[in-house]
Design a protein around this ligand. Structure first.
Ligand code: ADP
Ligand code: TRP
Length: 419
């Protein structure tokens, strides 16, 4: 089962985002082949400040990791490191009916709120469809307000299959965690950045305390029974607590707990849950380089899937295949693209290998290894997995650019059996 989801970097992660998408998605990370990414191309529809966007991307990457994403289990990457997303989006847009996009609630809501829409905002669901379809995803864990976008993705996939061949695209299914599908904000409406009623998940303790103190309650006095129904405070508590804790808290409401005490209880409960994650969040925020390395390795793994997918699709729709892209004829092209591994021993007594293209230009260089077997094993892995093996082999390799197209194409050609 392939699981895929993304979040837009557009501000601080709040409790609604955490329970609507982050937590349900991370619970699934050990149940299949999970792909999680930072949707920075999507954020460009609302953030037009490069410095701010870079900050949001960094923060969201740290959020994912601090919340428990395991980068050795999942493919964790930044959308814009995999340009195949935008290429696929264009191809999908050529079969997407305008009416399908005009019906999207999130677009209609923005228009109703007087936001003047760009073409990018209108086309947002097509890019999201590309994100999902590129990896042949089965399950897409998202919050309820994104369900319609996954349905649009299915419609686009059906249209592509009808147009270019059955079986080209796999139909994904949304997965919504119903118990926390809508977490209320400070004012009782749905928690959302747009309503300015959020509790950021990693707010420092004093800020968290202050925000919780501001949660809207009714005017019932201490000792008076309180209703849990429609209480934002109660619902936020419920999102964090076990069934037993929730039942006990409901009993306290019936017994007339004072609002101030109820708020203290909520603060303690959230703080207890967040404290270990907050420590990791702070460490990662102070070590952006470590995060960047993980994202790079993730992008190489994502491209190892995305590049061959696009090569197949390009053939199907009549565009040149990426794997054989050259101005010469296809047979010659394949030959020209043929790269090979060389194994050798240096004067230092150590064993090396390198990957060179047909003209002998260096594409990848190993560091010194103890035995020819170690070199052979690394080469075998690259031949079996292509660019997907780069992250694992990184410690054995001299620094390389994981985005270098000739390198990725050569590895793709070597790891794909000839037709
Ligand atoms: P915001 O409304 O704050 O701008 P986004 O639209 O960026 O949040 O939502 C990101 C993800 O978090 C989506 O999957 C969305 O469904 C989920 N989400 C956002 N707010 C809530 C909420 N209050 N309750 C549950 N899920 C939410
Ligand atoms: N649109 C999603 C949101 O606002 C983010 C997103 C972009 C996404 N591409 C995706 C979610 C693909 C799931 C799958 O939250």
């Amino acid at each position: 089962m392939r699981i895929l989801s993304g979040l837009q970097p557009s501000g601080r992660l709040h409790i609604g985002n955490f329970f609507g998408m982050m937590e349900p998605a991370l619970k699934l990370q050990h149940e299949g082949d999970a792909y999680y990414f930072i949707a920075d191309y999507h954020s460009l529809t609302s953030v037009h400040d490069g410095k701010a966007l870079r900050g949001y991307v960094r923060e969201l990457a740290v959020d994912f990791l601090a919340c428990g994403l395991d980068p050795t289990k999942c493919v964790f990457f930044r959308q814009s490191d995999v340009p195949e997303h935008t290429e696929l989006s264009w191809i999908l847009s050529t079969v997407t009916p305008m009416g399908l996009l005009e019906r999207c609630h999130s677009y209609k809501d923005k228009i109703a709120n007087g936001i003047s829409a760009s073409h990018g905002l209108f086309a947002y669901p097509v890019l999201m469809a590309a994100d999902i379809l590129l990896y042949e995803s089965d399950v897409v864990p998202v919050g309820r307000d994104q369900k319609q976008h996954v349905e649009v993705t299915r419609d686009i996939a059906i249209k592509m299959n009808e147009t270019f061949g059955a079986g080209l695209f796999k139909l994904p299914n949304p997965r919504i965690q119903e118990s926390t599908a809508v977490v209320p904000g400070l004012d009782g409406q749905k928690m959302s950045k747009s309503y300015d009623n959020t509790i950021p998940l990693f707010a420092p303790r004093p800020e968290l305390k202050k925000l919780i103190a501001g949660i809207k309650t009714d005017s019932r006095a201490p000792g008076e029974a309180k209703s849990t129904e429609g209480s934002a405070l109660f619902q936020i508590y419920q999102a964090f607590a076990s069934a037993e804790e929730t039942a006990a808290f409901a009993q306290d409401f019936a017994n007339g707990i004072a609002w101030g005490d109820a708020k203290d209880r909520l603060f303690e409960r959230i703080d207890f849950e967040i404290a270990p994650m907050r420590a990791r969040y702070e460490w990662l925020m102070a070590h952006p380089q470590e995060v960047e390395v993980m994202l790079h390795a993730g992008a190489a793994k994502a491209r190892a899937v995305a590049t061959p997918f696009m090569a197949r699709l390009r053939q199907a729709v009549g565009l040149r295949s990426l794997a054989t892209a050259t101005t010469r004829g296809p047979a010659k092209a394949a030959k020209a693209a043929a790269a090979s591994f060389k194994q050798y021993r240096e004067k230092d007594g150590q064993f090396y290998f390198k990957l060179v293209d047909a003209k002998g230009a260096l594409l990848l260089q190993s560091l010194g290894l103890d035995s020819p077997q170690a070199a052979g094993k690394a080469i075998a892995l690259l031949k079996a997995q292509g660019a997907g093996a780069l992250a694992e082999l990184q410690p054995l390799l001299a620094p390389f650019d994981a985005q270098h197209a000739p390198l990725l194409q050569a590895l793709h050609a070597l790891s794909t059996p000839a037709e």
